[in-house]
Design a protein around this ligand. Sequence first.
Ligand code: PLP
Length: 410
Amino acid sequence: MYINEHFLALPESYLFSEIARKVAAFEAENPQSAIIRLGIGDVTRPIVPTVIKALHAAVDEMAQASTFRGYGPEQGYLFLRQTIVEHDFLSRNITLEPDEIFISDGAKSDTGNIGDLLDSQCVVAVTDPVYPVYIDSNVMAGRAGELHNGKWSRIQYLPCNEANQFIPSLPKSRPDVIYLCYPNNPTGTTLTRTQLKKWVDYARENDVLILFDAAYEAFVHDEEVPHSIYEIEGAKEVAIEFRSFSKTAGFTGLRCGYTIIPKAVKGKTHDGKRVALNPLWNRRQCTKFNGTAYIIQRAAEAVYTPQGQTEIQANIAYYLNNAHTIKHGLETAGYKVFGGENAPYVWMKTPDGMSSWDFFHHLLHTCQVVGTPGVGFGPCGEGYFRLTGFGDAQKTKEAIERIQTLKPSI
Ligand SMILES: *Cc1c(COP(=O)(O)O)cnc(C)c1O
């Protein structure tokens, strides 16, 4: 049997294992050192009480024949889809039908699996730096071409850097699909409604599909930054949106997200027919997915209760406060810093033109602070460094005080 050789084209994902290896080696040599990790891309606050209560109640339902649930709908339970439509969209004047929402076990699966709907020859565009799932899943499907100097030959890279203030320019030649992630991981930057409208207009004029990852929408508080791409007129014709309870409500270990595929989003066949993507995704999910657990969907529903909202907002504020501590502390010390306002991520420029990895070593050895080298997220991440607000508040403060004592010479 022949294997899918595209898997062999994927380089080992060195980033996080390389970081772990280097930190372990440092700790072995310096057993007294108190390392603070600001590289973490996972939440650390526990699940809030209201959600835990709903989880317990749902578990108890499973113990009684009269309330036991077996297989649920592949699209997710209606109680959750209706709650989402009402609270995440109607509240922002966006009308969606429950059958335009597909509940899943998270946005990583959905952003990775959505490629099932695309032709193998589709040209894909991504921002650079980027969440690696968008690229690697296209490599596996054979849409990426060959890797040269950190870039895949058939993928279009849209640079995001200090020069363009992390606002990507529209592609020079038309791709078929564009992945956008806002608020952004790894840069923590956002697009305003006006800036995002350019992309929606471009997609409508050029018959391009936008895959919009809104995993961090809960961190948005600026009025001009949209929570959903459907706040932009016409987006329902060209965009699929991915949402997750992972960062919103700490579900990284519980697993729940959802994908919106409006019925108006269409692609085309080689003989020119227009085909809606919603029924294709429905067919895909019914064939390959059997829903996320009932108890988890009840837990997700509880996120939307008034008490649940109060509780999760406190955690989001905690992470955002950490991000502000990092951002303002680094700015005070003279560093150039981006993001961190409507996102848990702070993206800093390394001082003195240091490479991402040199700065990683520098911070580890001089102040025992761990972050993530920007180059790990794409070629345009070189010379940048990611710090996250997902850690402990006291430790975050201490880490920044340690960095401040270094003082860059810029
Ligand atoms: C964390 C994250 C997600 C969420 O993934 P889940 O599978 O829902 O946990 C999606 N997209 C980006 C860019 C992320 O950073």
